[in-house]
Design a protein around this ligand. Structure first.
Ligand code: ATP
Ligand code: MG
Ligand code: MG
Length: 553
């Protein structure tokens, strides 16, 4: 794994520690997902940052579900998030929390704010509130309910909680500054009424729910978070964050720091868009191998180490940018080059008959499992008179630069003999049906006298081959920034992002491959056994990534 790079957040932490600003010297971070979807590669950046800091500074990192929007959240998402954080290699130990654990405390804090004259119950409906809010060039207008007395506010807020008022009829608002140049400070809503939702943690207990901008800073304060790290779009919310922790008797004074979110070319990351892809059936689910979700990447064959390595490589900055998909692919390619055993698989089979090899004979040849690492050992692969090669590895005529099999010429079979193509057999319709070739029996160790093979190709013994389905994936969108200049990002979906090859021929040792096993199919790329659709009745492989960067065009 690559070395941990310093970044501006780590520099802030170093300075805070040096100046004695961190209570007890224990750095405490949190990762706060909303359980309204599966985690994606952007979340991985935040996870690696927050859990990585806790690990490297001997600190702590909480996993906290930010669950204040119950109508969009559910337990499937909660469970998937836990699974994905664990899969990435991080452990929150006993530090698993829900913002909803604090609903009672948050209510008490709100009562405290009302008591201090810093919050009021407002009867404006959403539309009037928007009209009162003003714009960047125009100050807001104060709500007619802004100067309600403390006692009246306390009574109304208590009755809001008791369920006396319908949805949308009242809110609790902070009393800050309707003329502030920062719109977030123009008396933001702290609580809204929401009847009839069953919260996945608190059930039907509450009919008022605190807003994110109020819940988040106070949850951080309750948990004793020292460095609350979030993405840049919350920069403008920081004054409200500070306002909240300053004005309640919170047990700690966390600070918020913002970094640039990850954007990746040719994919989308917003949960609203990912949800649409799933719900409208453009992909097979949250774990479709084309999705940028952690579950999708896992099913595609990515390793946790590759995802962590990618997050380290892109670094943590304060300026927004869009990362090329090739950077992510390089991380997994390098990891799998080290860790994946080599196998031979013919994806588009063409029959080759070795006319001078005894029809019923077979022999087992030794093949190394990894060209650079003897620790992987070797395996035996069967050889016989009929083999499969890839259709793309044969041409009747070709220029010298074509390093594969050509009619009348020789090629070396990987881990086996040199063969020469003597005859091409075609169907009635002209389609290639098989090649008839000569096998040079003395060619295992070196080239036969006077024969110069053009190159080396892979193959599989026909009699011993195992059949499989192989799924090849391309970018999910055909535009680097999906939706840019279009009505709807869906218009930019790549119509050929999935290619399914059936009747692929694998060397027999692959019959025993199980869900998630990863291999390099020589000359083809890295592949893994699909964890959902592969079974004893039929092997299914996903191509994780090609051998070379196919994006750099
Ligand atoms: P969306 O805007 O799509 O709803 P979100 O940011 O609200 O996504 P959360 O579940 O709230 O999703 O995110 C949890 C944490 O992950 C937050 O701290 C957020 O800043 C961080 N995060 C989300 N997306 C990215 C990203 N693309 N890059 C880096 N961090 C991210
Ligand atoms: Mg969100
Ligand atoms: Mg969020």
């Amino acid at each position: 794994e690559s070395e941990k790079k310093s970044n501006f957040i780590r520099q802030i932490i170093d300075a805070d520690l040096a100046a004695g600003r961190v209570p007890g010297g224990v750095v405490h971070t949190r990762f706060p997902p909303e359980p309204n979807g599966y985690l994606h590669i952007g979340h991985a950046k935040s996870i690696v940052l927050n859990f990585g800091i806790a690990r490297d500074y001997g600190g702590k990192c909480n996993l906290r579900f930010d669950d204040t929007n119950p109508h969009k959240e559910n337990m499937e998402f909660v469970e998937s998030i836990k699974e994905d954080v664990r899969w990435l290699g991080y452990d929150w130990e006993e530090r698993l929390y829900y913002a909803s654990d604090y609903f009672e405390k948050l209510y008490d804090f709100a009562v405290e704010l009302i008591g201090k004259g810093l919050a009021y119950v407002c009867d404006l409906d959403a539309e009037s509130m928007r009209a009162h809010r003003g714009t960047l060039t125009e100050p807001g207008k104060e709500s007619p309910y802004r100067n309600r007395g403390v006692e009246e506010n306390l009574d109304l807020f208590r009755r809001m909680r008791a369920g006396e008022f319908p949805d949308g009829s009242r809110t609790l608002r902070a009393k800050i500054d309707m003329a502030s140049p920062n719109l977030n400070l123009r008396d933001p809503v702290l609580y809204r009424i929401r009847h009839g939702v069953i919260h996945h943690q608190t059930g039907a207990e509450w009919c008022i729910y605190p807003m994110y901008d109020y819940t988040h800073p106070l949850s951080d304060a309750i948990e004793g978070i020292t460095h609350s790290i979030c993405t840049l779009e919350f920069e403008d919310h920081r004054p409200l964050y500070d306002w909240a922790v300053e004005h309640v008797s919170a047990p700690a004074r966390p600070r918020q720091y913002e970094f640039a979110r990850l954007n990746l070319q040719y994919t989308v990351m917003s949960k609203r868009k990912l949800t649409r892809l799933v719900q409208e059936g453009f992909v097979s689910g949250w774990d479709d191998p084309r999705m940028p979700t952690i579950a999708g990447l896992r099913r595609r064959g990515y390793t946790p180490a590759a995802v962590r390595d990618f997050c380290e490589r892109i670094g943590v900055t304060k300026s927004d940018s869009t990362t090329e998909m090739g950077v992510l692919e390089n991380s997994v390619r390098e990891d799998l080059d080290r860790s994946a055993p080599r196998r031979m698989a013919v994806l588009r089979p063409l029959k080759v008959v070795l006319t001078n090899y005894l029809a019923l004979a077979e022999e087992w040849l030794e093949a190394a499992n990894h060209p650079k690492d003897p620790a992987f050992g070797s395996r035996r692969i069967p050889f016989s008179a009929e083999i499969w090669i890839d259709r793309d590895d044969f041409r009747e005529e070709a220029p010298r630069s074509y390093k594969r099999l050509v009619k009348g010429e020789a090629v070396r079979l990987r881990n086996a003999y040199v063969i020469r193509c003597d005859e091409v057999v075609r169907e009635h319709n002209g389609e290639l049906s098989e090649l008839r070739c000569t096998c040079f029996p003395e060619s295992l160790e070196g080239n036969p006298e006077g024969i110069k093979p053009r190159g080396v190709i892979h193959w599989v013994s026909a009699r011993h081959a195992v059949d499989a389905e192989v799924r090849l994936y391309d970018r999910l969108f055909s535009q680097p920034i999906p939706g840019k200049g279009a009505e709807d990002f869906i218009e930019h979906l790549n119509p050929v992002s999935l290619q399914v090859l059936t009747g692929c021929k694998l060397e027999p040792v692959l019959a025993g491959a199980g869900a998630g096993d990863r291999f390099q199919f020589e000359r083809e790329g890295y592949f893994c056994v699909d964890s959902r659709d592969s079974n004893e009745g039929g092997l299914v492989f996903n191509r994780t990534v090609t051998l070379r960067d196919s994006w750099a065009k």
